[in-house]
Design a protein around this ligand. Structure first.
Ligand SMILES: [Zn+2]
Ligand SMILES: [Zn+2]
Length: 236
């Protein structure tokens, strides 16, 4: 009797698992082909444009991947920038789908592509949003990615002890110098980070002014190294 019952239960469990797998099959957000348990299919993923040889510090294109002129004349506060892709079509659509349409299944996908590219670090954190922006959007896309990088690299994700206490407004149409002035003093950090290598996650790095200001805040809190970790880099 127990044997028969066990067999029935086992069969139900197998059925439930295959139903679950069938329901979990996703369709590629770029070409709509079935993409298994990933939001983007393998051919679309491998077809994404790669970054050309670039500066290890700011990820802007540079001859043979040397440190660029900008970083060698005035070194930014951050030590490195790891970017998964250039901010170009169609990757830009995916970045916007996470941020503006809450397609949260993209967060672990972005995280896995970033985790495999990052050099060693001790803790990871998402670039904080101002609390008003966070309330509007309901989530911080950078934190959503950061918290999924943490288990892949066996490190802790930090989610408190730092904030963006000043709203900086829309920066996308501002020139470089204006952006730097606009974000000055925007962040606060009460963490003690002495000797700690911090990976800071953001979705897109444009001029780097915001990430640079946050890196300065973390360095003042003692951080030994700040590594920017961005899904996409805008190339000028
Ligand atoms: Zn596809
Ligand atoms: Zn550079």
């Amino acid at each position: 009797m127990n044997g028969a019952l066990n067999r029935v239960v086992a069969r139900l469990c197998r059925g439930a698992r295959s139903l679950e797998r069938a329901l979990l099959v996703q369709h590629c957000m770029l070409c709509t082909a079935p993409s298994g348990d990933q939001p983007v299919c393998a051919p679309c993923t491998s077809g994404l444009e790669q970054l050309p040889p670039h500066c290890p510090c700011c990820a802007m294109p540079s001859p043979a991947g040397s440190v660029c002129g900008t970083c060698s004349t005035s070194a930014p506060w951050f030590d490195r920038t790891v970017a998964a892709w250039p901010y170009r079509f169609p990757l830009d659509r995916l970045v916007q789908a996470l941020k503006f349409h809450a397609r949260l299944q993209l967060a672990p996908w972005f995280a896995s592509h970033l985790a495999e590219r990052l050099p060693p670090f001790d803790v990871v954190m998402g670039l904080p949003l101002h609390r008003r922006r966070l309330a509007e959007r309901g989530f911080n896309q950078a934190h959503e990615i950061a918290r999924r990088i943490a288990p892949l690299r066996g490190v802790q994700v930090l989610s408190s002890g730092f904030e963006r206490h000043r709203a900086t407004g829309e920066q996308s149409h501002m020139p470089h110098d204006a952006r730097a002035a606009n974000v000055r003093g925007a962040f606060a950090c009460t963490l003690r980070l002495h000797g700690v290598r911090v990976a800071v996650v953001d979705d897109v790095m444009t001029t780097g002014a915001t990430l640079n200001e946050f890196a300065a805040t973390l360095k003042r809190a003692g951080a030994a190294q700040v590594i920017n970790c961005v899904v996409a880099r805008t190339l000028f």
